[in-house]
Design a protein around this ligand. Structure first.
Ligand code: ATP
Ligand code: MG
Length: 205
């Protein structure tokens, strides 16, 4: 039998084009259909689904990031609680434009204070700090505002009240560098870690 190149379109068994393209399809070879149509479709569809999922996950991650950057964590420390300054400090926090998302009146054990301030473990004042922070009740709170972490650090003032700007919480209510009335998170990441240390999801509004 002579095999000739593409001189018909009717499924001629002696025509190469018919043998490669038309005949298998016309005769319904399922594996050819699978290779030509179904597998590419499945690959395309899977890639499309992966793309949709990735887009959704990126959206969720961006939303969580922007949500966290609007929050900070604070404690009214034992010295300020003992001095009866909870109300005054909360008033300054409200006047500073912060919304209270969560709040708790509690007392840290020595171990918990040690864990919370673990980053300062090697510092000479670590023992003094953890004893002080566990010496009486504190008020822990999550605060919300645009640019919350930086704005709250501005509101509380320098660590040492002697160097704190006029009108700041530490200038008004702190007695010393060790007993300095309030804590404020120093980054978005630490704000999240510290908020999670005190509050579960059901305690935030
Ligand atoms: P905080 O983390 O409580 O908001 P801060 O970020 O201003 O304070 P840090 O350097 O993180 O300051 O120190 C943590 C805490 O350790 C201070 O708030 C203070 O209570 C205590 N502290 C810091 N430096 C000294 C020091 N030189 N002597 C005694 N205590 C100190
Ligand atoms: Mg700090």
């Amino acid at each position: 039998m002579n095999i000739r190149l593409g001189d018909c379109s009717k499924g001629n068994a002696s025509c190469i084009e018919c043998m490669i393209l038309f005949k298998p399809v016309l005769l319904g070879y399922p594996f050819i259909l699978l290779a030509i149509y179904i597998i590419p479709f499945l690959i395309f569809y899977t890639m499309y689904r992966i793309f949709v999922k990735c887009t959704y996950l990126c959206g969720v991650i961006l939303k969580i990031n922007s949500y966290m950057s609007n929050r900070t964590f604070t404690m009214i420390k034992p010295d300020a609680v003992r001095a009866g300054n909870i109300g005054n400090i909360l008033q300054m926090i409200n006047a500073g434009g912060f919304r209270i998302v969560a709040m708790k009146y509690t007392r840290l054990t020595l171990d918990q204070a040690g864990k919370f301030y673990e980053v300062h473990k090697e510092r000479t004042f670590y023992g003094e700090l953890t004893e002080f922070m566990s010496s009486g009740p504190i008020v822990a709170a999550i605060l919300e505002k645009d640019n919350a972490v930086a704005d709250f650090r501005t509101l509380i003032g320098a660590t040492n009240p002697a160097q704190a700007a006029e009108g700041t919480i530490r200038k008004k209510y702190a007695a010393s560098i060790g007993e300095n009335a309030v804590h404020g998170s120093d980054s978005d990441d630490n704000a999240k870690i510290e908020a999670d240390f005190f509050f579960n999801g059901l305690e935030r509004f």
